[in-house]
Design a protein around this ligand. Structure first.
Ligand code: CAA
Length: 381
């Protein structure tokens, strides 16, 4: 077992850490306060190769591996969880399925600009009545006499939706076939009939814009289909396996921010004549936060390693996501407690970490869904 990062992975980590510290962190509170999409940071991430970390260079990416992606995601999310998820959706939910399931023509047309960050992507699976029950798709693509598809329906909570150029869209092409009648398309967001709703007003990750997408007889040719007709559900599920590694890494970043901010504060803040870091009540919290963070990181690295080996890693990704997201919520909650009254006001960053943490237990599959995936795999064996 090899637990040492390679020189290349360390280089990606350092590049992301330097950028996060000098350019992302100083803006994180303002981005959150103003619910602002950090366009200029996304442009810088594109320059640094962070919008397609594990996409081969020939398709516009940086050509690194999934561990490098995970390392970069932790660094960016440690500074700003909103910026982290913008990056994660583009890498995991948009570039990855096009790389894995796209035709050569689709890779040249869409993957190259997406992975190099010239275009930004979103992934539209969820609907008002198809969240956890992802197969219950009501958005329908009907085949016309000339072979094109006319697509109508509503998509919900689409991260990057208000600012995306391209969408990986999942919808029903043959309702009678259930999940085997679901297909995936690459949809340009400027296509006639696509309307984007106002940005959702969210508890946390307020710089990450999400919205409803309304599709009204949107016409796409068969060349826009990703994979074959009926492959859409498996494409979505396989894509989410990778996405869950990205969200686990985002959770690591938020947990680390909670721990590092708490450590710094505990050494400064004094009660009963000494820094609060010298009270055992605080030390135990810090010890638990650090220990759980290490555990979550190892699970996430293991899932990333398995992804790069090319086999199925659904259970390991679900384990990483459920554990890291719950670790991150515990860490953020304890950070607020360590900060006391100062943890409850906007002037200190842990209030933001507390709000940002919650979504990691919800999107790309709730904690309940992750446990279903894990149990399903255990019972299969
Ligand atoms: N990879 C490949 N194939 C898979 C798969 C995977 N990970 N998971 C399931 N499949 C296949 C199964 O093998 C099965 O194939 P067969 O029909 O050939 O046997 C088929 O898909 C159906 O599988 P299930 O019977 O397990 O499907 P289900 O309807 O019971 O659903 C579920 C399973 C795990 C609950 C799934 O619906 C799920 O993951 N739900 C959560 C959805 C989710 O994560 N949504 C997040 C939205 S995206 C988002 O949040 C993005 C964002 O904006 C940040």
């Amino acid at each position: 077992m090899e637990l040492e990062l390679t020189d290349e992975q360390k280089m990606v980590q350092k590049t992301a850490a330097d950028f996060a510290k000098s350019e992302v962190l100083p803006k994180a509170a303002e981005i959150d306060r103003n619910h602002r999409h950090p366009k200029e940071l996304v442009a810088r991430m594109a320059e640094l190769g962070l919008m397609g970390v594990a996409v081969p260079e020939e398709y516009g990416g940086a050509g690194f591996d999934t561990i490098s992606y995970v390392l970069a995601m932790e660094e960016i999310s440690r500074a700003c969880a909103s910026t982290g998820v913008i990056m994660s959706v583009n890498n995991s939910l948009v570039c990855d399925p096009i790389l894995k399931f796209g035709s050569e023509e689709q890779k040249k047309k869409w993957l190259v600009p997406l992975a190099s960050g010239q275009l930004l992507g979103c992934f539209a699976l969820s609907e008002p009545e198809a969240g956890s029950d992802a197969a219950a798709q009501k958005t329908v693509a009907k085949k016309t006499a000339d072979g094109d598809y006319l697509i109508s329906g509503v998509k919900n909570w689409i991260t990057n939706g208000p600012v995306a150029d391209v969408c990986v869209l999942i919808c029903m092409t043959a309702k009678e076939l259930g999940h085997k009648g679901i297909s995936a398309f690459i949809l340009p967001m400027k296509e006639k009939g696509v309307r984007v709703g106002p940005p959702d007003k969210k508890l946390g990750i307020r710089g990450s814009q999400s919205c409803q997408i309304f599709l009204d007889d949107v016409k796409l040719s068969p060349s826009a289909m990703l994979g074959k007709e009926g492959d859409g559900f498996k494409i979505a599920m396989a894509t989410l396996d990778g996405g869950r590694i990205g969200i686990a890494s985002q959770a690591l970043g938020i947990a680390r921010a909670s721990l590092e901010d708490s450590l710094a504060y505990a050494m400064e803040r004094r009660t009963f004549g000494k820094p609060i870091a010298q009270h055992q009540a605080i030390q135990w919290k810090l010890a638990d936060m650090a220990t759980e963070l290490e555990g979550a990181r190892l699970l996430t690295w293991r899932a990333a390693t398995l992804k790069d080996e090319g086999g199925r890693f659904s259970m390991e990704a679900a384990m990483a996501k459920v554990f890291a997201s719950e670790v991150c919520n515990r860490a953020a909650k304890e950070a607020v407690q360590i900060f006391g009254g100062n943890g409850y006001v906007e002037d200190f960053p842990v209030e933001r970490h507390f709000r940002d943490a919650k979504i990691t237990e919800i999107y790309e599959g709730t904690s309940e869904i992750q446990r279903l995936v894990i149990a399903g795999n255990l019972l299969k064996e």
